[in-house]
Unconditional design. Structure first.
Length: 123
């Protein structure tokens, strides 16, 4: 599904034949996501277009690591968490930082009970 929310446009469990193109005041972004050829289960990868400010947009991708249990849940959770984190940072007037992506994986680890730092998705 792709869904627009106040925090962006999310692509989860989608199999797009063609890229979706979005034009924003700061530029254009194209999103295309599809499952691995020959795979019969749903696409575990996710993508999101997340607004940060009037002149900044984040294109984020989370790889659901096909074959790992609940990869689609992990990739969706990571992107929703990233969007929430970015929204908070934007409200505080902070510049985009690379460590935001590391925070996005914490709820995935919490949900899986993994304390070793392993994820079922990569952002």
């Amino acid at each position: 599904m792709s869904a627009a929310s106040g925090q962006g446009i999310f692509y989860t469990e989608r199999d797009l034949a063609d890229a979706d193109v979005h034009t924003f005041p700061a530029g254009t972004a194209a999103v295309c996501t599809c499952r691995c050829p020959g795979k019969e289960t749903s696409n575990e990868d996710a993508a999101a277009l997340i607004p940060y400010s009037d002149d900044a947009m984040v294109l984020a991708v989370a790889d659901g690591l096909g074959g790992v249990r609940a990869g689609e849940v992990a990739s969706r959770t990571a992107l929703v968490t990233l969007a929430e984190t970015l929204s908070g940072s934007a409200k505080e007037g902070l510049l985009l930082r690379t460590h935001e992506r590391h925070r996005a994986g914490q709820p995935v680890r919490d949900r899986s009970g993994d304390r070793r730092g392993n994820d079922t998705c990569r952002c």
